[in-house]
Design a binder for this molecule. Structure first.
Ligand code: COA
Length: 261
């Protein structure tokens, strides 16, 4: 395994970004968060990358949260850049044009859970555990947890998770809608997450980007504006080569080959 804190690999249109501090349960120190921001930007700018798969090294953790060793001695002013760095990472993942899949291979706590929530789709292994344990440190989530959690699960569930700071198992995360699917083993998770990433990499890129924007808007805008936006971008897809190809392929009873334009 590489000695880089974050590993970046590209194959078959998929950029895999792996947090690589397994001995520290992939805890998110400032340099990891900054590197993640740089690598997500790199993936966004690389035309050969169509989908991003995010995971953690090893079989214990996706990420066990912000690195608590960086909290000591901080006050309300000196801690702000740390929270802003994490929030900017999550906002970038959420609003970038390409789909991002989180393969949660173990603990996803605090900032780890918050990064997973900023991704478009979450797959987990059965050993994964989720939680916002910040309350146990006398603090609250700062990478967007209090904002994204109630949008994915119910407000009541989010309050219980944030107030009690308990961990929940993957099957409970599935039940409340925090993850899309759960797999028996980390290996099965990695294979299935990669299979989904490769499948999405073959889909028409412009339509995927517009679908992501429109779905994200469901959180951002009032209903009337959302619906106007959807009709605008629906119409836009009719100006793409991929729409001509997709419809022609369907009518010609053949598989479509999309060029992402
Ligand atoms: N920050 C810094 N180091 C962390 C960390 C974090 N968030 N989470 C885990 N680690 C480190 C531990 O300090 C330990 O390092 P060491 O071996 O040098 O002592 C190593 O990762 C393994 O953790 P350990 O606690 O020994 O493993 P465990 O299996 O007993 O417990 C956890 C695993 C994830 C339940 C536990 O480490 C934990 O509660 N971590 C903090 C979670 C948290 O509060 N996150 C939110 C931060 S805002």
């Amino acid at each position: 395994m590489s000695d880089e804190e974050v590993i970046y690999e590209v194959a078959d249109g998929v950029a895999t970004i792996t947090i690589n501090r397994p001995a520290k349960y992939n805890a998110l120190n400032s340099s990891v968060v900054t590197t993640l921001r740089e690598l997500f930007k790199k993936a966004e700018d690389d035309k050969s990358v169509r989908v991003i798969l995010m995971t953690g090294a090893g079989e214990k953790a996706f990420a066990a949260g912000a690195d608590i060793t960086e909290f000591q001695g901080k006050d309300s002013n000196s801690v702000r850049p740390l929270a802003e760095n994490g929030q900017m990472l999550c906002k970038f993942i959420e609003s970038m044009s390409k789909p991002v899949i989180a393969a949660v291979n173990g603990f996803a706590l605090g900032g780890g859970c918050e990064i997973a929530m900023a991704c478009d789709i979450r797959y987990a292994s059965s050993n994964a555990k989720f939680g916002q344990p910040e309350i146990n440190l006398g603090i609250i989530p700062g990478f967007g947890g209090t904002v994204r959690l109630p949008r994915l699960v119910s407000l009541g569930m989010a309050k219980e998770l944030v107030y009690a700071g308990d961990q929940i198992r993957a099957d409970e995360a599935l039940r409340i809608g925090l993850v899309n699917r759960v797999f028996e083993s980390v290996e099965e998770l990695r294979q299935s997450a990669m299979a989904l990433a490769k499948k999405l990499a073959t889909k028409p890129g412009v339509a995927l980007e517009l679908a992501k924007q429109s779905l994200n808007n469901a959180w951002e805008l009032p209903l009337k504006k959302n619906l106007e936006f959807e009709v605008d971008v629906f119409c836009k897809t009719f100006d793409t080569d991929d729409m001509v190809e997709g419809v022609d392929a369907f009518l010609g009873k053949r598989d479509a080959t999309f060029k992402h334009k």
